[in-house]
Design a protein around this ligand. Structure first.
Ligand SMILES: *Cc1c(COP(=O)(O)O)cnc(C)c1O
Length: 434
């Protein structure tokens, strides 16, 4: 197609004002009223609304137990401890993720072993897990990256065989399905951030769901002393909450030395957001699938979404990304591609999360003053993974880019964005000549 690219002075593919198509979360008077109610009752640090939010959330996931947290990070750290991660232990986790999937292990005097990801899903590669398991391994932490459900069936099989716990990090994938099952309900425990940037956005908070009462109790014991406080004053054990004989003698004080209570302005917003989440998520899915359908036959760009016949979904398409095949565009580097899409008025930026295993904090920092890097001190051997050790993960900055994250199904805007991508891909040869 002979079209002049905008980067070379041609007309822009994107002409229409996007309006509020990217704004998130959607805030209505109902959210405002919920916050005001908490504020006027001076109930910010109370627990009544949080417990209602937990019950809504528990029912949505059809799980036995749910717990709200001050952050997703807090939920992950608590779940790690609850799953038995302690001194000298190891978790297996992808390196292509937000740091909170991995770093809490350090605080438990444990360490992380990174597994590679699969290109198509950007999620942990089930084939790269088993050979990393040692006598110290306690848990696998799959992340449903940018909404794509990690391949849970083989992961659960490996976990069962080696008696490991699986902690799903659902921070990118609320409401997503893996072969018809809600993500977060497949592993032993599902943890997630619900902070304002995520697809289920309530403020600053985290959630945990599980069917394992021991995990739930241990998460309470770790950072929710307030839930056993009656016990502290009366000297009696609250039989309804803590039943685990290991935990019972210590109720009233938090094992972790942390306070992880959710702020009630967040849980109040959460209740309202959750009420509308399913319908809003479905509109996002319709919009995002339309974008990718329009680019189906375009060289160089590949949809990051599960095969249609799997009954798997991308949830709310958090931080939607696309895959890049430079070879189909004469080797055009992704940052050049993204620059040209941006010039068309398209939304595109190269790369994703920086691979954790290459960050100096994972390799050199002596966080707890052991006299050696924490990654070594928390283990009985040097588990550091140098450049070259996780080839797919390390190639991802060159093989992906963010795409527009539409919150509404508005075909004209979506089609113009897709046209920006198509135009650049079909004229990539012009960018190579320069
Ligand atoms: C956001 C995020 C977290 C951390 O959640 P916070 O609520 O920000 O503490 C954990 N894991 C992943 C994959 C995330 O994206």
């Amino acid at each position: 197609m002979a079209e002049e690219l905008a980067i070379d002075g041609g007309p822009k593919a994107v002409q229409t004002d996007p309006g509020d198509i990217y704004d998130w979360p959607i805030i209505t008077e109902e959210d405002e009223q919920a916050v005001l109610d908490v504020l006027r009752r001076r109930a910010m640090s109370a627990r009544d609304i949080t417990e209602k939010f937990e019950e809504d959330f528990r029912q949505w996931h059809d799980m036995d137990y749910c717990l709200g947290f001050s952050s997703g990070t807090a939920s992950l750290q608590s779940a790690m401890w609850a799953c038995g991660v302690g001194v000298g232990d190891e978790i297996i986790v992808p390196s292509l993720t937000y740091w909170a999937s991995a770093l809490p292990a350090f605080t438990l005097q444990a360490t992380m072993v990174f597994a590679d990801v699969e290109f198509e899903s950007m999620c942990i590669d089930p084939g790269d897990i088993e050979h990393r398991i040692t006598e110290h391994t306690k848990a696998i932490v799959p992340v449903h990256y940018c909404g794509y459900p990690a391949d849970m069936d083989p992961i659960m099989e490996i976990a069962e065989k080696h008696d490991l716990k699986v902690i799903e990090d659902v921070s990118h994938a609320h409401g997503g399905l893996y072969k018809g099952r809600l993500v977060g309900t497949i592993g032993h425990v599902g943890c997630m951030s619900v902070m304002s940037g995520k697809s289920l956005a309530v403020g600053e908070a985290g959630m945990m769901v599980t069917n394992d009462r021991q995990i739930w109790e241990r998460c309470i014991a770790w950072g929710h002393y307030g839930r056993t406080r009656a016990t502290q004053w009366t000297g009696e054990v609250d039989e309804d909450v803590i039943t685990d004989p290991e935990l019972k003698p210590f109720v009233g004080l938090p094992w972790g030395g942390y306070k992880y209570r959710m702020h009630q302005m967040s849980s109040a917003v959460g209740r309202v957001q959750l009420k509308y989440y399913q319908e809003r998520m479905e509109e996002i899915q319709k919009a995002m699938n339309h974008f990718w359908d329009l680019l189906e036959d375009v060289p160089g760009v590949l949809a990051h979404r599960p095969p249609e016949d799997e009954d798997s979904t991308m949830g709310g398409w958090y931080a939607a990304h696309g895959l890049y095949v430079a070879e189909e565009l004469g080797g055009l580097p992704v940052h050049k591609f993204a620059e040209a899409v941006q010039a068309e008025g398209g939304r595109c930026s190269p790369g994703a999360n920086f691979p954790l295993h290459l960050h100096p904090l994972l390799n050199e920092a002596d966080i707890y003053r052991h006299g050696e890097p924490t990654r070594i001190a928390n283990s009985d051997r040097d588990l550091r993974q140098p450049e070259g050790s996780l080839p797919v993960t390390e190639s991802m900055p060159e093989r992906c880019y963010s795409i527009p994250w539409f919150k509404h199904y508005r075909p004209q805007i979506i089609e113009e964005q897709a046209t920006a991508y198509r135009k650049v891909a079909e004229n990539a040869d012009k960018l190579l000549e320069e």
